[in-house]
Write a protein that binds this ligand. Structure first.
Ligand code: SAM
Length: 477
């Protein structure tokens, strides 16, 4: 084989991969390889459940530039910034997400009140974006098959203050057997060979092979067919990968269209930086595949991504029973006593349930999810301890600070922010009971007032993670 374009960059990538990309991209391959080799600038998506993009831009500690296809999306221009370690991250003002991944929620376009399933959701970038676009209404089921990744997903859903999400740890066939035709929209962000992540993930380069591409494609075809079973007639299905290989993209969609003729490709919203799909890159490609979308690292600010938006023919509204309040009297009384003393907004209606000793509010009737592995059946409110109720961190973080009677609202430069996030008790003269610590009006977590001190209730597993651990105050500048 003769010298490849971009050969100076070539040693980082498998030769076979380079040859394939050159065949498809032609003269563009040079710019493509340059982009893959450039330092990665992280994307930051503002959590619109907490703050508007405009308000965040004013207080942002980092220089930002807009993501052209996502009004709440930005690129952090400072390569040295560590936005994942900042207290604004702890209070859920943003999620760090690749700009190309932000296109998923834009293309699927979920509406408030709908029922939406994210079938492969961890760590939660796209799921939390869907919830924000749904204004945290309706039902979002965020599923993740791998237990450890599902735990990270739970932390992210919690941190962003999402209440209408149910987290499951299931395989696609088990969900499809229970939830035939139940959802208005389904997202399949499929496991893939990860070529689009080469710029950031040396592991993806090391483990790349054509065999891996083919194995991924077989798995993707199977997952997509299961996902389709859960879309109601008239509903939509978005297939996504972060890889360039046509075997995992156009070819998977082609096989799907053949197996499910009741689905058709929708020509979605197009941004000038989006490329069309390439039926000519596969054998006998269906011409409709040009309606799929490809995002390239050399044409926009993000990694490589592929999207296919599909619609199921027909129209029907599935029966969706409403969740009913099902709290035993003892739990109800404990929760009400806490709520009256601590919180100004009304208790959520319907859907209050007790699982073991934990109290949740669920947006989906338990009859629909019984028998499945459910990590969180909804908004985690807290724990029943004998006759007392102890609030969960997830309750604090999804409330507005205005909804709590006793709030200690701190500014970013107040040393008590760091002290709180490190787990230290704070001084305070409140009478005994629960109070909220907030950062500029955004809940950080609970304290319990006891004898002139505020006992720190910030979860131990979160104390180890953040900026406050490193005390790197330079991150704030
Ligand atoms: N949507 C996620 C986000 O935006 O943060 C990223 C999802 S990642 C691309 C693909 C996910 O599929 C992984 O979390 C992986 O554990 C999961 N997965 C792997 N094998 C699977 C299978 N057989 N069925 C469903 N999901 C699977």
């Amino acid at each position: 084989m003769g010298p490849l374009a971009g050969e100076n960059l070539a040693p980082r990538f498998p030769e076979r991969f380079l040859a394939r990309m050159q065949a498809w991209l032609g003269s563009e391959v040079e710019a493509f390889l340059q982009a893959l080799a450039s330092p990665y600038r992280t994307g930051l998506r503002v959590n619109t459940l907490k703050i508007s993009p405009e308000a965040f831009q004013i207080r942002s500690p980092f220089p930002l530039s807009p993501v052209p296809w996502c009004p709440e999306g930005f690129v952090v221009e400072d390569l040295e910034a560590r936005p994942g370690l900042h207290p604004y991250h702890a209070v859920g003002l943003y999620y760090l997400q690749d700009p190309s991944a932000m296109a998923a929620a834009i293309l699927l376009d979920p509406q408030p009140g709908e029922w939406v399933l994210d079938l492969a959701a961890a760590p939660g970038g796209k799921a939390t974006h869907l919830a924000a676009r749904m204004q945290d209404t309706g039902v979002l089921v965020a599923n993740e098959i791998q237990p450890q990744r599902a735990t990270v997903l739970a932390l992210n859903i919690e941190r962003l203050g999402i209440t209408h999400a149910i987290l499951t740890n299931e395989s696609p066939p088990r969900l499809a057997n229970q939830w035939e035709g139940l959802f208005d929209r389904v997202l399949v962000d499929a496991p893939c060979s990860g070529e689009g992540m080469f710029a950031r993930n040396p592991e993806a380069i090391r483990t790349w092979s054509l065999n891996r591409v083919r194995r991924s494609a077989a798995l993707q075809k199977a997952i997509l067919l299961e996902a389709a079973r859960m879309v109601r007639p008239g509903g939509r299905l978005l297939y996504a990968t972060c890889t360039f290989a046509p075997e995992e993209n156009e070819e998977v969609v082609e096989a799907f269209l053949r197996a499910r003729p009741d689905f058709d490709l929708v020509d979605p919203m197009r941004h000038p930086a989006f490329d069309r799909g390439h039926p000519e890159w596969i054998a006998d490609g269906d011409p409709r595949l040009i309606r799929t979308v490809r995002l390239w690292p050399h044409r926009g600010p993000g990694h490589g991504h592929f999207y296919a938006l599909l619609q199921r023919a027909g129209e029907s509204r599935p029966h969706r029973p409403k969740p009913e309040a099902d709290l035993p009297g003892r739990a109800q009384r404990a929760l009400e006593a806490f709520w009256t003393e601590t919180i100004t907004q009304p208790l959520p209606e319907g859907g209050l349930i007790l699982q073991g000793d934990q109290i949740y509010w669920t947006p989906m009737a338990p009859i629909l999810w019984r028998g499945l592995r459910v990590l969180r059946p909804g908004w985690w409110l807290g724990r029943l301890c004998q006759v007392r109720f102890e609030p969960a961190h997830a309750l604090a973080i999804a409330l507005s600070a205005k909804a709590v009677h006793r709030v200690l609202d701190l500014s970013l430069d107040d040393p008590r922010v760091t002290a709180y996030l490190q787990g230290y008790p704070l001084e305070g003269s409140w009478e005994s009971g629960w109070a909220l610590i907030a950062l500029e009006g955004f809940p950080l977590g609970w304290v319990r007032a006891e004898r002139g001190r505020l006992k720190n209730m910030y979860p131990r597993h979160l104390r180890a993670i953040g900026w406050w651990k490193t005390q790197a105050s330079k991150d704030l500048q």
